[in-house]
Design a protein around this ligand. Structure first.
Ligand code: HEC
Length: 175
């Protein structure tokens, strides 16, 4: 009795932890964010459209196809299908109608609507997104040298008085 309840409690908290981990997918960097795209919906669309018959898709169970390239670390991919910059602007139309972008491609249109393609693209851009987070969140860093006077045409740079570069008597000839 007691043991059964204890096991149920443990099971329930493991489930909660599991779910929390799921919704914690790293956000892609700004240039890979897809307007209107919800990654978790994208993941289930990938399953229901059967992308896994042709692709290995990271995070999608059973997606082990080897017809197309593996969709792994996709946020780090520079070229989409080897021909276009890998950005939401290109990926969303690609997912809707790959043949329109590359008549030679082996990927058929599988019938995604634009809204669905946005969800799928949002999911693909969570793959490998974590290492791309190089900038700290928060206000922009103070730029160095903001206090320096703007040089006029014909001026010589005067060094940085605040850092003592132009201290007289160092053999420098400033002006
Ligand atoms: C019939 C097989 C097939 C199906 C189904 C298929 N693909 Fe593809 N896919 C391919 C092939 C082949 C390529 C390589 C195309 C090329 O490089 O011209 C490709 C390329 C891609 C690329 C570009 C990869 C890269 O290297 O940048 C993405 C992204 C992609 N597919 C996503 C999907 C998604 C998402 C689905 C499901 C909605 C899907 N594919 C369904 C065969 C398929």
């Amino acid at each position: 009795m007691m043991v059964g309840r204890l096991l149920r409690t443990i099971g329930a908290s493991a489930l909660t932890i599991g779910l929390a981990a799921c919704s914690d997918a790293p956000a892609p960097p700004a240039h890979l964010q897809v307007a209107g795209g919800e990654p978790e919906r994208g993941r289930s669309l990938i399953r229901s459209y059967g992308c896994g018959t042709c692709h290995v898709v990271e995070g999608v169970r059973g997606a082990r196809g080897t017809v197309g390239p593996p969709l792994v670390d996709y946020a780090g991919r520079k070229l989409l299908a080897g021909i276009l910059p890998n950005t939401p602007r290109n990926l969303v139309p690609w997912l809707i109608d790959p043949v329109a972008l590359d008549p030679q491609t082996g990927m058929p249109s599988v019938g995604l609507t634009e809204a669905e393609a946005r969800h799928v693209a949002a999911y693909l851009y969570t793959l490998g997104a974590a290492p791309l987070q190089v900038y700290p969140n928060g206000p922009p860093l103070e730029l160095r040298g903001r206090e320096e006077p703007v040089l006029q045409a014909g001026d010589q740079p005067t060094g940085r008085p605040d850092r003592g570069d132009a201290t007289p008597g160092q053999g420098r000839t400033e002006r």
